[in-house]
Design a binder for this molecule. Structure first.
Ligand code: PLP
Length: 358
């Protein structure tokens, strides 16, 4: 399963979904009904599982959009059963088992009961049973092992009762990178598919690199006199004559305000420090000595290494967060430009996804 929730971890769910299905993924994972519906309305036809809890009022929409749903309690299952009957449709469901994450899912004991109920219901089909690991990227493997043991108990019980569990799945990226024995029938890959490590120090397979970089262009280049200050609150003051460049990216694009006077961008392969406060739509950088910069020159705000800009992992470390939050925080208004084999093949902007020459 290719996990494309949160607009494909900020990369644009439609194009990621299309590419993942083309590359052999058998299903897509989203967090909400709305995310699934958005994929359908953009022509994505594959299997889509909504991984998280949904509102009863969203059930009809999910059924009509042919989404698969996760079930974790009897009450929700009862509502599902009624809606499926009312609409005269079939619905594929996956029972979510909480084996220790204590987030979404039914306890082990109730999971079996849910599966039995689903098995006896003509409008519902048990398409899978799954759980989610709480500490797959941790140093201690024992908690993951205990979760897997609990999960396997459920699966064995189902098989003993001759209830076909459908697809058995548990691993996220971190677990799939570390263990084969928890692959079962399917793994749910999110962060690693985007070329990012689940946690610092976790190695990705050779050849996997970040898909996203964030580039802009200098909108203006100007000169500061000693004593002049930059941006809101005048938090940066030039000590000597300095050239600065204006980059039309700000915190509303997901370029975080904590990077004020702290971050850097890549300019001609060299680190250009952020000067003053990051604004909503614009940021000012100091142009390093020796760099000939002019309006229109390319600036790398988030790079992939070796370009003078921080990588997603660098930014995450600097901001005290994880790469997941960096990429999912990039605003929708930043156009996503898709490059395949060196050619731009599609653009997603605020209006639509447009594929070129395909
Ligand atoms: C987000 C999510 C995943 C993917 O996790 P990654 O760490 O990004 O690979 C898998 N399973 C569930 C239930 C999720 O919510």
């Amino acid at each position: 399963m290719a996990v494309v929730k949160a607009d494909g971890y900020g990369h644009g769910a439609v194009m990621v979904a299309r590419e993942a299905l083309g590359a052999g993924a058998t299903s897509l994972g989203v967090a909400t009904v709305d995310e699934g519906v958005a994929l359908r309305s953009n022509g994505i036809a594959g299997t889509i599982l909504v991984l998280g809890p949904i509102e009863p009022s969203e059930i009809d929409t999910a059924i009509i959009a042919d989404l698969e749903l996760a079930v974790a309690d009897m009450e929700f299952l009862g509502t599902l059963r009624r809606r499926v009957a009312a609409l005269g449709q079939q619905l594929h469901v996956h029972v979510k088992v909480d084996t220790g994450m204590r987030r979404f899912g039914s306890v082990v004991r109730d999971a079996i009961g849910l599966c039995r109920e689903i098995e006896g219901e003509s409008g519902l089909r048990l398409a899978g049973v799954f759980t989610h690991f709480a500490d797959a990227d941790g140093l201690d493997d024992s908690f993951t092992a205990s979760q897997a043991a609990r999960f396997e108990e459920v699966v064995e019980q189902l098989r003993a009762e001759r209830i076909g569990p459908g697809l058995v799945h548990a691993s996220n990226s971190a677990a799939a990178l570390r263990w084969r024995q928890y692959d079962y029938d399917m793994v749910r890959i999110g962060i690693a598919m985007y070329g990012l490590q689940p946690a610092p120090g976790m190695q990705l397979p050779v050849g996997i690199r970040p898909a996203m970089e964030i580039r802009s262009r200098l909108a203006r280049v100007s000169d500061l006199e000693p004593g002049e200050t930059v941006s809101y609150g005048r938090t940066y003051e030039a000590r000597e004559p300095e050239r600065i460049g204006l980059v039309p990216i700000g915190y509303a694009d997901g370029y975080r305000r904590e990077l004020s006077n702290r971050g850097q961008m890549g300019l001609a392969g060299i680190a250009a420090p952020v000067r003053g406060r990051v604004c909503m739509d614009q940021t000012i950088v100091g142009i390093p000595n020796g760099v000939e910069a002019a309006a229109g020159d390319e600036v790398v705000a988030v790079g992939r290494g070796g370009d003078g800009a921080p990588t997603v992992a660098d930014l995450a470390a600097d901001l005290g967060t994880i790469g997941y939050e960096v990429v999912t925080g990039i605003a929708r208004r930043v156009p996503r430009i898709y490059i395949k084999n060196g050619r731009v093949v599609a653009i997603q902007d605020l209006h639509a996804v447009r594929e070129l020459d395909l």
